[in-house]
Design a protein around this ligand. Structure first.
Ligand SMILES: CC(C)(COP(=O)(O)OP(=O)(O)OC[C@H]1O[C@@H](n2cnc3c(N)ncnc32)[C@H](O)[C@@H]1OP(=O)(O)O)[C@@H](O)C(=O)NCCC(=O)NCCS
Length: 187
């Protein structure tokens, strides 16, 4: 089953997607916003893929696909939930778009809105949170547009490019999302 949004969809990650992941995740500009800091090999990616199958299904990331003008779908990155706590009904989310020509077209915002919808309407979560580096204004803006609010700052919580960077904590609560969507489209 695929999860459909407006011009985007999520599907399971296949073995044949791994080559794209290695290309995307070895791009310094893509990796800048992520926790990775070493070159990624096909063997590393294969290990990651095999570990995925051992994770609970709800914690397996999705491949993000974008609908093109000719109605075909193209893979652009991944997103998903992790660290789900079923008692507190909270989870973390993550996203990257590896195809940089798709940056700045509103896709990240649509992906985050669809993830929030899946989190609340399908997984029945109550709180969705994420971490983002203070040096990543594009991602911060994307999360704000999708409905995340700033809730804290881990001072010097990350080290990259020779300096310490603050890590911002953002979250969205189910009540906020329901309020924001009252009478509006949820896509
Ligand atoms: C972060 C990411 C998911 C955003 O996706 P996207 O499709 O480019 O985002 P959108 O087009 O929906 O929105 C980007 C917003 O940031 C704004 N923006 C871009 N660069 C900016 C900058 N330097 N300063 C402030 N805002 C900026 C855009 O103008 C847009 O806001 P607007 O619609 O109000 O104009 C994507 O760029 C990405 O995957 N980056 C690499 C990996 C990464 O950093 N992941 C996040 C880890 S926390």
């Amino acid at each position: 089953m695929m999860i459909y949004g407006e011009g985007i969809r999520f599907r399971g990650i296949e073995q044949s997607d791994l080559v794209s992941f290695v290309t995307w995740l070895n791009d310094p500009e893509v990796r800048e916003g992520l926790a990775m800091y070493l070159p990624l090999s096909m063997a590393d990616e294969q290990d990651w893929f095999e570990d995925l199958q051992k994770r609970p299904p709800e914690e397996r990331p999705y491949l993000i696909e974008v609908q093109q003008d000719d109605n075909t779908w193209v893979g652009v990155g991944n997103c998903g939930f992790f660290n789900i706590n079923w008692r507190i009904r909270s989870a973390e989310v993550g996203i990257f778009i590896g195809e940089k020509r798709f940056w700045g077209r509103g896709i990240g915002t649509k992906v985050m809105r669809l993830l929030i919808q899946v989190g609340f309407d399908t997984l029945n979560l109550n709180r969705i949170r994420l971490d983002v580096y203070d040096t990543n204004p594009r991602a911060i803006r994307t999360y704000e547009k999708a409905g995340f609010v700033y809730e804290g700052r881990q001072r010097q919580g990350m080290y990259q490019n020779g300096r310490y960077v603050d890590v911002l904590q953002m979250s969205v609560l189910r009540s906020e999302w329901e309020e924001g969507n009252a009478g509006a489209s949820r896509s």
